[in-house]
Ligand binder design. Structure first.
Ligand code: CU
Length: 123
């Protein structure tokens, strides 16, 4: 292999391993787009260990009674659980029937930052 081709191949390899290290949302409860009975908490499970200091989430109500409204922040705590990979959001008071969205941001132990959001409904 010529030196140039070799360095290109090495660059591709390091890109690929960097991409693999990004934390991915593996599963969430309530599941994205699901409708559930009043959940006591929202749990987001990631593929990597998270840095608690830089990981969090906002829970917003986006509609109720069959109407939508501008996102209203729900008072809640968001903490990384003891397993290091689960972000748990606990609302201060039970979630009423309505539509909700979760905007999360996490930093994995290797300092990669990823964010995303999903919605669910409470019946
Ligand atoms: Cu509402």
């Amino acid at each position: 292999m010529r030196p140039l081709a070799l360095s290109a191949a090495l660059a591709l390899l390091s890109l690929a391993s960097a991409a693999q290290a990004h934390p991915k949302l593996v599963s969430a409860s309530p599941a994205p787009s699901s409708t559930v009975a009043k959940p006591a908490r929202v749990a987001l499970q990631f593929s990597e260990r998270l840095m608690p200091k830089f990981s969090g989430a906002d829970l917003m109500m986006t509609g109720h009674g069959g109407t939508t409204h501008p996102p209203m922040k729900v008072s809640a705590t968001a903490q990384v659980a003891a397993d290091g990979r689960t972000l748990v959001i606990v609302p201060k008071s039970p979630l009423g029937a309505g539509r909700y969205s979760v905007a999360w941001h996490v930093v994995s132990a290797d300092t990669h930052r990823v964010s995303g959001n999903f919605a669910f409904a409470v019946k």
